[in-house]
Write a protein that binds this ligand. Structure first.
Ligand code: DGL
Length: 270
C-alpha cells in the first residue's frame, strides 16, 4: 500500500489496449492535478475486444508484471473493461501493489434508471463475461439489461484521437445495436462499458434518436485512486507523463498530439 514513505514521483500506472484508458486518466488528473502518470497501451495486442478470454487472461497479467517491474508504480489501474472483467483476479494475485479495475457501471445505471431498461455498450469480449452476469444479478435484477459489443466503435475512437474525420454512422450503428433489441425503445441509461467510448460520448449523444444518459466509471476510479493512496505524497507540480506502447509505429506517432493533451509528453516502447 502507498504510505507516507512512498516517493512523491512514484507513478500511478494506467493500462489499456489502446487510448481508451485516457477516459480514466482524465478524471484522475482533474481530482489529483499533480499525479505522476505512466500510461501503458498494449498496441501490439490491440484490439482486445475481439480476442479470446484465454488470450487476454494470459497476456494482461504478464504485461502488467513487466510494467510494474520497470516503473515501480504506487497503484496500477486496469483502465480497460475487457482486461478487468477477464483478468482482474489474476493481476491482483500477481502484483503486490493495489490494483484498481474498470468494470461496467451497471450499479449506478440501475439506481438511476426510471424505465428499468439499461443498455451495456462494450466490446464483444466484455459483454459475454460472467462478471457482467454477476453485476447484472447483483444490481440490476429488476431491470432489463441489454448488451451490445462494438469493435467498430473502438476502432472509431482510436481514429478520432488520431485526428481522423467524424463518421456519425459509426456511433449511430453502435447505439442501434441496443435500441433495436426488444425493450430498446424504453432504454434510458447506456453504460459505456469500454473505456474507449467516453472519448466519443458527445458523438454518441448526438447520434441518439432521443435523449439517453451515458454513464462510465471514470470519476469513481479517480476517487478510488485518491482513497488507496492514503497519505502518500504527490509531487509539488504536475510531472511530465510517460506513454508506453508495446509497439511503436505510425499509428502511435499519429496519436502524439492527443497524448500531449493529456500531459503524456514522453513516448516510449516497452
Ligand atoms: N478499452 C478497452 C475496454 O475498455 C478495450 C478496447 C479493445 O481493445 O477492444 O474494453
Amino acid at each position: 500500500m502507498p504510505d507516507a514513505s512512498t516517493p512523491p514521483d512514484a507513478p500511478v500506472l494506467f493500462f489499456d489496449s489502446g487510448v481508451g484508458g485516457l477516459s480514466i486518466l482524465a478524471p484522475a488528473k482533474t481530482l489529483i492535478p499533480n499525479i505522476p502518470v505512466v500510461y501503458a497501451a498494449d498496441s501490439a495486442g490491440f484490439p482486445y475486444g475481439t480476442k479470446s478470454d484465454a488470450e487476454i487472461a494470459a497476456r494482461v497479467p504478464a504485461l502488467l508484471g513487466r510494467l510494474v517491474e520497470r516503473y515501480r508504480p504506487r497503484i496500477a489501474v486496469i483502465a480497460c473493461n475487457t482486461a478487468a472483467t477477464i483478468a482482474l483476479t489474476h493481476v491482483r494475485a500477481a502484483l503486490d501493489i493495489p490494483v484498481v479495475g474498470t468494470v461496467p457501471a451497471i450499479k449506478p445505471a440501475a439506481i438511476a434508471s426510471k424505465t428499468r431498461v439499461i443498455g451495456v455498450l462494450g466490446t464483444e469480449a466484455t459483454v459475454r463475461q460472467p462478471y457482467v452476469d454477476r453485476l447484472t444479478a447483483e444490481h440490476g435484477a429488476d431491470c432489463t439489461v441489454l448488451r451490445h459489443g462494438s469493435a467498430a466503435l473502438v476502432a472509431y475512437a482510436e481514429a478520432r484521437l488520431r485526428g481522423e474525420p467524424a463518421d456519425p454512422a459509426i456511433p449511430a450503428d453502435a447505439l442501434a445495436g441496443l435500441l433495436d433489441q426488444p425493450g430498446g425503445e424504453r432504454m434510458d441509461m447506456v453504460v459505456l462499458a469500454c473505456t474507449h467510448f467516453p472519448l466519443v460520448r458527445d458523438e454518441l449523444a448526438a447520434a441518439a434518436p432521443r435523449p439517453l444518459t451515458f454513464l462510465d466509471g471514470g470519476e469513481g476510479i479517480a476517487r478510488r485512486i485518491a482513497y488507496l493512496n492514503g497519505d502518500a505524497p504527490w509531487p509539488d507540480a504536475p510531472p511530465e507523463g510517460i506513454a508506453v506502447f508495446t509497439r511503436i509505429d505510425s499509428w502511435v506517432e499519429a496519436l502524439t498530439p492527443a497524448l500531449a493533451g493529456f500531459g503524456l509528453t514522453r513516448v516510449k516502447a516497452l
